[in-house]
Design a protein around this ligand. Structure first.
Ligand code: MOS
Length: 750
């Protein structure tokens, strides 16, 4: 922990490996998820999804469904209660520009799988059966879902997405420099559409309380976002709705925005004046957000020494017809490498699909795959070792931000320590030169990069006379370990054991915090919790000094040391008093504080903040079967201070596993004739399973950063970035085949 009250400071729990404190609840089933909360008289809703991608609903016949005993209501756009869509263009906290999708608003169909009816019944089975009886006829129009077909219609999004930097203006003359470069690499790169598929599908339970207020359990990465959405869309007062989600079964970005099941559950609860639960099925997880495929081209020009003379990276990505989703994709290429002639462009094209959305390291996963594969091609074209090539073009400042320096950047240490651990020096660069029995062996490397961000966040801390401390805010722990790190921070700040601290999250009655996303939660909520605890500590110190015969009389606050449940005097440990004694002597039932934390404007004016990684992959390829196994990965991470090496390592492991998925397996396939994702199940949409995962070794290099008082940069996303490139580069090294279109399925290697 950084210094709190005294010049000595303490670091008892922060920086040490700790198991997730929410782990036992999760593995014993005590943890409840949004679709598991019960309520008296709970009714169940099943969503009917559109079978066409574009057109209009001509007629809905719900009579057969309504005739089923136990069915309470079939809600469609025709009989939709008028309680909804008070603010019909309300944009949630992380919405891209445009007009958000509105369920059951009218007869228009804008994507396949769009919700068109909600069947509510006394029990789940009845609702599901009755939903199968709803007959809908459509006036069908031809959908356009093939990005390649509309590539030429791509446009610069007219409105910028908040928080997302558009591509910087070009500098130098990339095309001219490319034309005259002695060594050139040029290619097209693509990645498939991917869907998040957290273990917990989306669900919402709306409980109608006796006083007419609503308690909503929603699958969301930050309850404040759902709260604002429901309040505005239904024209409610903020205190009429409380949203909770104590636990999430994963999110990966699919839970950043409120989804239609939350809207439908509230709509039905209002209409029926009953508590309602709506749970999406696994196949309905393909009916909203996804990582949209992108078509990219890269042109690199270099001298024989490998120094970049030209860098051009162009990307086109799909968006829906109603929102301009943007994740930019190309900017990191300009951040990673020093080059005098750079052009970066990003455009979007409209498709008849749901709006794509953020999926773990949105944009970076896609763009860094392309640039880091192209850099490997350039390494071969120049005859340089891929690490040496990267070091020769190492950026010491951020060219996309007018050359601002990085707050910290220990990427060189990542290369050095990662290469050492991996044994990179033993690599024979010649493709097809390494074998293990009948398998070809390949070693590849890539860089990873992700923004280090901090968001405005608040938190509460409450100390009670029993010596217990409770801290919290409204953000969600999406499985990343937020409960645990906040507990560590709080315990260290006030010198308490971890088990004297209770951390509460995911409740709109707690101080407001943003969605858990963007890898910003440790910095944002962590700093807010630390500040709230410090405030409590200062209050307790004042009470202690005011005690009769106080051992701390006349002591300045900066000499107070909080440790072992006591306040003592630095350099004079004999003088101390316990926190419990102080509160009891003061005869108060609690000491409490709410504090705000936000980005450091002075720091951000001077510096740019990124996390970095060097990722090394070994693949073994069976050429006769086309099978690729990723047998070894070393991921060396520079992300500032690591609060908890155990949960931090787990984040990187999960990121690497997801990266193996995008490199080799994940692909949501559209049938363009009907505009529908066809493999909408986990039998046909492949994700890595345990048998696909071998050794993954994580290194955290030392890095000191001052963007926030904790010195953290965020770890939730960096683990996936670059993983796919390291694997494609290893596959090239093994086989001599350069695959530029992900995933590398068997057919691409035979
Ligand atoms: Mo993340 S894609 O910001 O949940």
């Amino acid at each position: 922990m950084t210094q709190t009250f005294s010049s000595t400071g303490r670091d008892t729990f922060v920086g040490t490996p700790r198991s997730r404190i929410d782990g036992p609840a999760k593995v014993t089933g005590l943890a409840k998820y949004a679709g598991e909360f019960a309520a008296p008289g709970l009714a169940y809703g099943t969503v009917v999804s559109s079978s066409i991608a574009k057109g209009r609903i001509a007629a809905i016949d719900s009579s057969a469904a309504e005739a089923v005993p136990g069915v309470l209501k079939v809600i469609t756009h025709e009989n939709r209660p008028r309680t909804a869509w008070r603010d019909k263009n309300f944009q949630d906290a992380v919405a891209p520009p445009g007009s958000p999708f509105r369920a059951l608003y009218d007869d228009l169909i804008v994507y396949s799988g769009q919700p068109v009816a909600l069947v509510v019944a006394e029990d789940f089975e009845t609702a599901r059966y009755a939903a199968s009886l709803v007959r809908i006829s459509y006036e069908r129009q031809e959908p356009v879902t093939d990005l390649k077909a509309v590539r030429g219609d791509a446009y610069d999004p007219p409105m910028k997405r908040e928080g997302i930097k558009p591509p910087p203006a070009p500098w130098g003359d990339a095309d001219q420099a490319f034309g005259s470069a002695p060594i050139r690499v040029q290619g097209g790169y693509s990645m498939a559409n991917e869907h998040h598929n957290p273990m917990e599908p989306h669900a919402t339970t709306v409980v109608v309380e006796e006083d007419g207020t609503y308690t909503v359990y929603d699958k969301i990465q930050g309850v404040s976002n759902s709260h604002q959405y429901l309040v505005n869309v239904f024209g409610l007062k903020p205190d009429q709705v409380r949203v909770l989600n104590p636990y999430l079964g994963g999110g990966f970005g699919s839970g950043l925005r409120p989804q239609y099941q939350a809207f439908l559950a509230m709509l039905a609860a209002q209409e029926l004046k009953r508590s309602v639960r709506v749970t999406l099925t696994r196949d309905q997880m393909w009916s909203f957000t996804y990582r949209g495929e992108a078509l990219q081209t890269i042109a690199l020009g270099a001298g024989p020494d490998g120094r970049l003379a030209a860098l051009r990276h162009d990307a086109v990505q799909g968006t829906s017809t109603f929102e301009d989703y943007q994740e930019v994709i190309v900017n990191w290429s300009g951040v990673l490498y020093r080059c005098d002639n750079v052009a970066l462009t990003y455009r979007v094209a409209k498709l008849d699909t749901a709006t794509p959305g953020d999926m773990r390291a949105p944009g970076a996963v896609t763009g860094v795959f392309a640039i880091e594969t192209a850099m490997d091609e350039l390494a071969y074209a120049t005859g340089l070792d891929p690490i040496e090539l990267r070091l020769r073009n190492y950026a010491e400042s951020d060219a996309t931000a007018q050359g601002k320096p990085f707050g910290s950047k220990e990427l060189k240490s990542c290369f050095t320590q990662g290469a050492e651990r991996f044994g990179w020096a033993k690599r024979d660069p010649e493709p097809r030169s390494m074998r293990d029995g009948r398998e070809l062996v390949g070693w590849g490397v890539a860089t990873g990069i992700w923004e280090s961000m901090m968001m405005q966040s608040s938190a509460i801390a409450t100390l009670t006379p029993d010596g217990r401390l409770t801290v919290g805010n409204s953000t969600g722990d999406i499985g990343t370990g937020t409960y645990t790190i906040l507990t560590q921070i709080a315990a260290d700040t006030l010198g308490l054991p971890m088990d004297a601290v209770t951390t509460k999250l995911g409740d709109t009655r707690l101080p407001e915090a943003p969605v858990a996303g963007g890898s910003w939660t440790a910095a944002s909520s962590g700093t807010a919790v630390m500040k709230a605890c410090r405030n409590v500590g200062e209050q307790v110190f004042k009470l202690a000094r005011a005690m009769e015969n106080s051992p701390l009389a006349n002591v300045d606050v900066d000499r107070a040391v909080f440790a072992d449940g006591r306040i003592s005097v630095a350099g004079d440990p004999g003088r101390s008093v316990s926190l419990v004694e102080v509160l009891q002597a003061a005869r108060i039932d609690k000491v409490e504080a709410v504090e705000q934390a936000g980005p450091d404007k002075d720091f951000n004016q001077k510096y740019e903040a990124y996390t970095h990684s060097a990722i090394f992959a070994e693949v073994k390829v069976d050429e006769e079967l086309g099978q690729v196994r990723v047998t070894r990965v070393v991921s060396a991470i520079a992300a500032g201070k690591v609060l908890n090496p155990k949960t931090a390592r787990s984040q990187i492991l999960g990121g690497v596993v997801m990266g193996i998925g995008s490199a080799l397996e994940e692909e949501s396939m559209l049938d363009h004739r009907i505009g529908r994702f066809m493999n909408h199940n986990l039998g046909e949409y492949h994700v890595p399973v345990n048998a696909d995962i071998y050794d993954i070794d994580v290194i955290f290099v030392d890095e000191e950063d001052k963007a926030n008082p904790l010195g953290v940069k965020g770890l939730g996303e960096i683990g996936i970035v670059g993983a796919a490139a390291a694997i494609t580069n290893a596959v090239f090294h093994a086989t001599g085949k350069r695959v530029r279109d992900l995933p590398i399925t068997i057919d691409k290697l035979l």
